[in-house]
Design a protein around this ligand. Structure first.
Ligand code: ASP
Length: 354
């Protein structure tokens, strides 16, 4: 059926008991050895790292992005599987999806139970991911878990312990997978891919951009948002209440941050549904007027990745704002002309709904 490359990064699917708790330890070959390889599929393993995904940095994620590009440069490869910790899987998957411009799939999977657990879910997930990677085309970056295939965009970890760990709470899965094969229900909507970021490593002049997330709650004030700006954040995700609401004081802080060239994205702590301009007196109406960008149905982790990709695309504040709106699907193609998106715009139009 084809050649699939497994890029191993760690997580529970590669974890063993450490004496006090579990941690990623095993290499990709050990992880692959637990799974049945679908008939006709040949597999090559790339051992990239073996870490718990809560410890991943932007530098790790950009290394993964570069590795995927290098692997796909080989035309004999039919697809990629990334084994990854579930805690931040949705962030790495979305980052790769924003930059993915190849018909061949990149399929993320992992496990909720450790490598050698007798009732482990890793072997089945890995089998299903291999089958999906060898089979589908033009679906971008996918997440395969518990027999379900999700588009990277919008998908979040929804269970801390149960095997059906992932879903898009505001959408539906794109396919199902079983030993019999993959049944595709729909193709994900994706904007034109961003080119690879030029700054993929900390530079001599500074680190990779700092992007923070701040949650609003009763009695919340602008202190942490302002602290993020003072710490040098180039982007901030405001995790607001309801459909995207906070306070007049936070709106003022957002306006001041945006005036300094900081990107501010607005999401919500509610699990399902979009943010929307409904309320004033510190609500989304005022936050948007202050310069915050609505993130549709993206939750905090992926909203942060959208901001990160925009910040990596150019150093120009206006260009960053356009890039952010582009990846969020909130700007018409004609207005998106940053250095990051110009090449992408030449070949494809955005296809994502806000
Ligand atoms: N702590 C693990 C991680 O690396 C959890 C998992 O993989 O399920 O994300």
């Amino acid at each position: 059926m084809g050649q699939v490359v497994v890029i191993s990064t760690g997580g529970t699917i590669a974890s063993r008991w450490q004496g006090s708790g579990f941690a990623a330890e095993a290499r990709g070959g050990d992880v692959l050895a637990t799974a049945a390889v679908p008939e006709g599929v040949t597999v090559r393993v790339v051992d990239l790292m073996s870490v718990n995904s809560a410890r991943l940095t932007t530098a790790h994620q950009l290394t993964l992005l570069r590795t995927v590009r290098e692997v796909l440069a080989d035309p004999t490869v039919d697809g990629i599987v990334v084994t990854h910790g579930t805690d931040t899987l949705e962030e790495s998957a979305f980052l790769l999806d924003l930059h993915h411009d190849d018909p061949r799939p990149v399929v993320f999977t992992g496990a909720q139970r450790p490598l050698e657990a007798p009732d482990g879910d890793g072997p089945r997930n890995l089998h299903d991911a291999l089958l999906t990677a060898a089979t589908v085309r033009d679906m971008g970056v996918l997440v395969v878990f518990d027999g379900q295939v999700h588009a990277a965009r919008g998908t979040v970890k929804v269970q801390t312990l149960d095997a059906d760990a992932f879903a898009d709470p505001s959408g539906s899965r794109v396919a199902d997978v079983s030993a019999d094969g993959v049944v595709v229900h729909r193709r994900p909507e994706r904007p034109a891919a961003l080119p690879l970021p030029t700054a993929t490593e900390p530079t001599a002049t500074g680190k990779l951009p700092r992007i923070d997330a701040v949650m609003h709650h009763c009695d919340g004030d602008p202190l942490l948002l302002n602290a993020a700006v003072a710490a040098g954040a180039q982007g901030i995700v405001l995790v607001a209440t309801g459909a995207g609401n906070a306070t007049p004081e936070i709106c003022e802080a957002v306006e001041a941050a945006v005036a300094r060239g900081v990107l501010v994205a607005l999401t919500t702590r509610v699990p399902t549904g979009p943010v929307a301009e409904i309320y004033t007196h510190g609500g989304a109406v005022d936050l948007v007027a202050a310069g915050a960008v609505l993130t549709g149905t993206l939750r905090a982790g992926q909203a942060r990745i959208a901001v990160l990709s925009a910040a990596l695309s150019t150093t120009d504040p206006a260009g960053r704002d356009r890039a952010l709106r582009h990846v969020l699907g909130s700007a018409p193609a004609a207005t998106v002309t940053t250095e990051a998106t110009a090449a992408a715009e030449a070949t494809a139009a955005p296809r994502v709904a806000a």
